[in-house]
Design a protein. Structure first.
Length: 599
């Protein structure tokens, strides 16, 4: 062999390594510095998961860091079910059986195993088995590498996913849109919107990969879900100028985003554009439009729910698209938001007559509508129907019924529903308990409220300040100021800092009892603790002074309020008017009001 040929052979590895590095640099991943080294690239790892390939010639070996001690034994068995049911042990056993077979199964079989494991959410073991494949020299393909990238992304480590790209280049496996779509989806999942968009732009600008409909849809879906509606629309316009025609899925993303933004006119315009391009709307398109119309109606735009119902009729009559449960639920929700419960119930009946499934969401919408109008009997009737129809109330159902019963004073029934909730195995959340406590306190059932509070506190179910604020407020409103103050003082011992709401509740409690020195002490203490009083705090104190006819103290606090940019609310103003009506000379005691009155 000539010396020139030998020289070229030596340079080829250098050229390939440089090509790999330059490619990653194009994508903005210059931090993968070891790729500059020619002969050996060390593997870094985290919790035993390799994320940089160690390159030696054309072979790749994976090595975990010494602190991780990652091995097959560290793969835990989650349950005793089979591979198809989620059993990790079965999946690993199957892998070891496959690698011992002579001849080896095809690379497609290994791909299918990885796909199954990912669907079972066993991401880290996929990476471990991939490492073993390399050690054994088993061939790989693009699907397997994409599975590895996808596993990293699903573990919210899309940055590790980029380090798989050199393996494509070193083995002559071409990139495709799926590779980068997976990375983009992973970056969006970490809420790194700017990075995801920048990667997409680089792919297009550097002509690394032609984006297809799925990649466009991934970017647009990621943008729309995070409130970037205008960017989503701009991307549609960019797509229309290129070689990739938007499909129904793309249009649905844009329409849904516009509807959620309340921009129904723009959504309807997109719908008309679709029709002109012979892209027929489907059930998802109409559901977004109907939901948008109903939500807009919730903001008191008259007549929009009726428009939504007309759209629904048009679906079946003109387009042959039969409305589904989601469509009817959106329409019911719209009528409930307007308080038109009869029309909402009519839609519910239409669903039943047409044999369309009424799901738990359907029941929750109607139950909430009835409870909001304090028609608790109708709500309870629907609640009882749920189990008769073979369904099961969920947490939202129970909380809605608890709220409805508590607001009309049916605390006994609420307690019974709560007991039923526990026996049904539905775990109450903080909202369930706050609703019960508020109901007990509202109707003077302090002992029952405190029994529930003490039980929850013993079990350490809730340790947030909002929960304790409900208890302190309930005690204060029931004249149990001493007990409320005791709970308030306990906060520092359990490591909770009162917020402005908690402090204001305690100040109000003291003001209701005429204990203004204590109220002012709490006010100064909250400021010392770095919690600034707000407009509500000052109004609470001023109302207290007005109740007790302490006008001079009120005048002093008015100056302080004015200095902080606060003002009287409607209730405080009403108190002041009543005081002035009985004693007009009060105006002379308040210079600011006196001067304004003269003007």
């Amino acid at each position: 062999m000539s010396s020139t040929g030998a020289t070229n052979q030596k340079k080829n590895p250098n050229s390939k390594e440089e090509a790999v590095y330059k490619f990653l640099a194009k994508l903005g991943h210059t931090e993968i510095q070891p790729l500059k080294k020619m002969k050996r690239i060390s593997l870094r790892s985290c919790n035993g998961i390799p994320f940089i390939s160690s390159i030696s010639g054309s072979a790749f070996t994976f090595r975990a860091c010494s602190s991780c001690h990652y091995s097959n034994k560290s793969i835990s068995v989650k349950d005793k079910l089979g591979v198809n049911s989620g059993n990790l042990d079965d999946a690993v056993t199957l892998f070891h059986q496959m690698v011992r077979m002579k001849p080896l199964p095809s690379v497609v079989d290994f791909s299918k195993l990885f796909k199954t494991m990912i669907s079972m959410k066993h991401y880290s073991p996929v990476l471990s088995l991939f490492r073993q494949m390399w050690k054994l020299g088993i061939p790989i393909n693009g699907f397997i590498l994409t599975s590895v990238i996808n596993s990293y992304c699903l573990m919210h480590r899309a940055d590790f996913g980029f380090s798989v790209l050199p393996i494509y280049l070193k083995n002559g496996i071409p990139f495709n849109s799926v590779t980068f779509t997976t990375l983009i989806r992973g970056i969006f999942a970490e809420n790194k919107v700017k990075d995801a968009v920048e990667l997409f732009k680089k792919l297009v600008r550097e002509k690394i990969c032609d984006p297809d409909e799925i990649m466009y849809a991934t970017v647009m879906n990621g943008l729309s879900k995070r409130g970037h509606t205008q960017k989503t629309l701009s991307l549609l316009r960019l797509m229309e100028q290129g070689n990739t025609e938007p499909n129904i899925y793309i249009y649905n993303i844009v329409i849904d985003a516009l509807c959620k933004d309340g921009n129904l006119d723009a959504a309807i315009n997109i719908l008309n554009e679709m029709k002109q391009k012979d892209v027929l709307p489907n059930i998802v398109t109409y559901n977004s439009i109907i939901d948008g119309l109903c939500k807009l109606d919730g903001l008191c735009k008259a007549g929009k729910v009726k428009d939504a119902e007309e759209v629904m009729k048009h679906m079946g009559r003109k387009r042959g698209v039969e409305p589904n449960t989601i469509t009817y639920n959106a329409l019911m929700d719209g009528y409930c938001l307007r308080g038109q419960l009869d029309r909402a119930r009519r839609i519910f009946s239409i669903m039943i007559d047409k044999g369309i499934e009424t799901d738990i969401i359907s029941y929750n919408i109607l139950i909430k509508g009835y409870c909001k109008k304090k028609k608790v009997d109708e709500a309870m009737q629907l609640f009882c129907e749920i189990s008769q129809k073979g369904s099961k109330p969920n947490n939202l159902t129970y909380n809605t019924i608890l709220q409805g019963l508590s607001e009309v004073g049916r605390t006994g029934d609420a307690k019974q529903i709560y007991a039923e909730m526990l026996s049904a195995g539905t775990k109450p959340d903080i909202y369930s308990h706050v609703t019960l406590l508020n109901g007990y306190y509202k109707y003077g059932l302090v002992e029952e409220a405190m029994a529930l509070f003490n039980k929850l506190e013993r079990n350490k179910e809730y340790t947030n300040i909002a929960f304790y604020s409900v208890v302190i407020n309930g005690l204060c409103k029931n004249g149990k100021l001493h007990e409320a103050h005791a709970v308030f003082k306990k906060l520092s011992f359990i490591g909770l800092l009162p917020d402005v709401i908690t402090y204001t509740i305690m100040i109000n409690g003291f003001c209701l009892e005429g204990l203004f020195d204590e109220a002012k002490y709490i006010l100064r203490k909250m400021e010392d603790n770095g919690c600034s009083p707000n407009n509500v705090t000052y109004n609470v104190i001023v109302k207290g002074f007005l109740r007790c006819n302490k006008i001079s103290e009120m005048a002093s606090f008015m100056k302080e309020m004015d200095g902080r940019g606060f003002s009287f609310d409607a209730t405080t103003t009403g108190f002041l008017i009543d005081v002035v009506r009985e004693n007009p000379s009060v105006l002379d005691m308040i210079p600011e009001l006196h001067s304004k009155n003269k003007k």
